[in-house]
Design a protein around this ligand. Structure first.
Ligand SMILES: [Zn+2]
Length: 477
C-alpha cells in the first residue's frame, strides 16, 4: 500500500496594530465601535481623494520582515488589485504585486522529536484590508470600518507536512507577532487570518499534485481540523482511483465540515497595475537601521539561550519564552534571586503562570514583581517561612503590591519553629483523633501526612512541617 504525505502551504494575512489606518488617519481598531463609525473619504473610496502612506505601517512591516529573516527591499511599489465586491468601495485594493516590501525569509518550527522544520516564505508585502459584510434577517449589511486597516501578507512555500505542523506554524507566528508588538494576532478577531493549500503525494516524492485551498478558518484548532479532514479526503479519493480537483473549500465551524466554494480566480483576473497616487517606497539604510535597532532577541534564540545559560530543560525554556514579558520576568527574577535558575523556573511554571492564566494577564501586568518573587524564595531558603506560606504570599503580594517581608511582619507569617509550641499542638491532635492513632499504630503509616495536615491547620499554616512530622513520629512511636 502506498504511504502518503501531505504538502501544505499557508497564506496568512496579519493586521498590524497601528493606531491609524494605512492611507488615512482613521482609527484602525474598530472592534468595540459601531459599524461605519471609523471611515473617511479616503478609506471609503470617494472620488478625488489621495492616499498617504502611514510611516508606522512600514516600520512594523520592516521589523516583521527582519524577524522572518527576509530581505528588505530598498525600493518597493504599490499596485491596484481590481475586483468587485460589496465590501470594497473603491473597486480595487491597494496592495503590492511584483515589487514587494521584502523577499525570501523563513520561520523555524522546533518539532516534538527535537528536529526543526524550516518553513520558507517567498515574499512579504503590505496592503489594505477590505470591509466586512454580514447577513442579518435576510438583509446584507456592510461595515466599512475595516477598509484601509493595514495588512501584511506572507505566503509560505509548500514546506509543511501535516495538519499539526500547520498549526505549529501559526502558533510560532502568533508568538513572534506578539513578541515584536506588531499585531495582537488574535485569530478569533481576524487579526491573523489563514488560508491553507493542501495536496498529497506518495511519501518521499518530489513533485506536487493538484491542491485544494481551504478558506474561512478562524482558529488554530480549526486549521488543524480542516487540514486533517482534507488530507483524509484526498487519500480516500486517490485510493478510489479518482483525481483531485483544484477546488476552493470553505470550513464550516459548526458542522466541522468542508464545503466546496466558487471556482478559483487566476491572478490575471485582478488586472494589477501600479497605483498612480503613491510614490515608490524607498527604505534607505539609515531608516532601516533605525527600525532594526528595536529588533529584540527572537523567541527561538532566547529559548536556546535559556537552555545554555541557565541549564533549563527544553520544556521549561519553551514555556518561559512563550511570551516576551514572561521571559523577561524570568531573567529579572533569576538575577534578583542569585540562586538556582531551575528553582525560579519551577516557581514560575507552577505558581506564577497559574496566577497569569487564572486572571488572563501577562507577566508585565502582575503586581508581584520579579524582585518580589526572588525575595519570597530567599525567605523560604532562609527558613523564615514555609512552602505553603510562600505560595499564599505570592497572591497577597500580587493583590497588595506590598513587599513580602512587610506582609510577613504584619501578618505574623514567620514559621513557628518553636519546638514546644508545635509539640503542644501535636499532642492535641493525637488526643482528639484516637481512631486515626489506632489505625496508624495498626500499620497505616501513610496517615502521618494527615496528622501533619491537622497540625498545620491548627497553626494557621505557620508550623514548620518537617519539624511537626518529626515530633508526631516520635509521639506515635
Ligand atoms: Zn479613513
Amino acid at each position: 500500500m502506498t504511504e502518503y504525505e501531505a504538502v501544505i502551504g499557508l497564506e496568512t494575512h496579519i493586521q498590524l496594530n497601528t493606531t491609524t489606518k494605512i492611507f488615512c488617519s482613521c482609527k484602525a481598531d474598530s472592534w468595540f465601535d459601531p459599524p461605519n463609525s471609523n471611515i473617511c473619504p479616503v478609506c471609503s473610496g470617494l472620488p478625488g481623494v489621495l492616499p498617504v502612506l502611514n510611516r508606522a505601517v512600514v516600520e512594523k512591516a520592516v521589523l516583521l520582515a527582519a524577524a522572518m529573516h527576509a530581505e528588505i527591499q530598498t525600493e518597493s511599489c504599490f499596485d491596484r488589485k481590481n475586483y468587485f465586491y460589496p465590501d470594497l468601495p473603491k473597486g480595487y485594493q491597494i496592495s503590492q504585486y511584483d515589487k514587494p516590501l521584502a523577499r525570501g525569509g523563513y520561520l523555524d518550527l522546533p518539532l516534538s522529536d527535537g528536529s526543526c522544520r524550516r518553513v520558507r516564505i517567498h515574499k512579504l508585502h503590505v496592503e489594505e484590508d477590505a470591509g466586512k459584510t454580514k447577513n442579518e434577517r435576510g438583509r446584507r449589511l456592510i461595515d466599512f470600518n475595516r477598509c484601509g486597516v493595514p495588512l501584511v501578507e506572507m505566503v509560505t512555500a509548500p514546506d509543511l507536512r501535516s495538519a499539526d505542523e500547520a498549526a505549529q506554524y501559526l502558533i510560532r507566528l502568533r508568538q513572534l507577532l506578539r513578541w515584536l508588538g506588531v499585531s495582537e494576532a488574535d485569530m478569533e478577531k481576524a487579526h491573523l487570518r489563514c488560508d491553507a493549500n493542501v495536496s498529497i503525494r506518495p511519501k518521499g516524492a518530489d513533485y506536487l499534485n493538484p491542491k485544494t485551498e481551504i478558506k474561512n478558518v478562524n482558529s488554530i484548532d480549526a486549521v488543524r481540523d480542516a487540514i486533517a479532514k482534507e488530507i483524509e479526503r484526498q487519500i480516500r479519493e486517490v485510493e478510489a482511483g479518482r483525481r483531485i480537483e483544484a477546488w476552493t473549500l470553505e470550513w464550516d465551524e459548526d458542522s466541522g465540515k468542508l464545503r466546496k466554494m466558487r471556482s478559483k480566480e487566476t491572478e490575471a483576473d485582478y488586472r494589477y497595475f501600479r497605483e498612480p497616487d503613491l510614490l515608490t517606497l524607498h527604505i534607505d539604510d539609515a531608516w532601516k537601521n533605525g527600525i532594526l535597532k528595536n529588533l529584540p532577541e527572537l523567541p527561538l534564540e532566547r529559548r536556546q539561550r535559556f537552555m545554555e545559560q541557565y541549564g533549563l530543560p527544553e520544556y521549561d525554556a519553551d514555556l518561559l519564552t512563550g511570551e516576551r514579558s514572561l521571559s523577561e520576568y524570568f531573567e529579572s527574577a533569576v538575577k534578583a534571586y542569585g540562586g538556582d535558575p531551575k528553582r525560579v523556573s519551577n516557581w514560575m511554571m507552577n505558581d506564577v503562570m497559574r496566577m497569569l492564566n487564572e486572571s488572563s494577564r501577562t507577566a508585565a501586568q502582575l503586581q508581584l514583581t520579579p524582585e518580589h518573587l526572588a525575595e519570597i524564595l530567599k525567605l523560604l531558603d532562609s527558613g523564615t517561612i514555609n512552602t505553603s506560606t510562600a505560595k499564599g504570599l505570592l497572591e497577597k503580594v500580587d493583590a497588595s503590591g506590598k513587599a513580602p517581608a512587610t506582609i510577613v511582619a504584619e501578618e505574623g507569617l514567620a514559621k513557628v519553629s518553636d519546638d514546644s509550641a508545635i509539640r503542644r499542638v501535636c499532642e492535641e491532635v493525637l488526643t482528639e483523633n484516637p481512631k486515626e492513632v489506632q489505625s496508624y499504630k495498626g500499620g497505616k503509616v501513610t496517615l502521618i501526612g494527615w496528622f501533619v495536615g491537622q497540625v498545620m491547620r491548627k497553626m494557621g499554616g505557620k508550623a514548620d512541617p518537617s519539624l511537626a512530622r518529626q515530633i508526631l513520629e516520635e509521639l506515635l512511636r
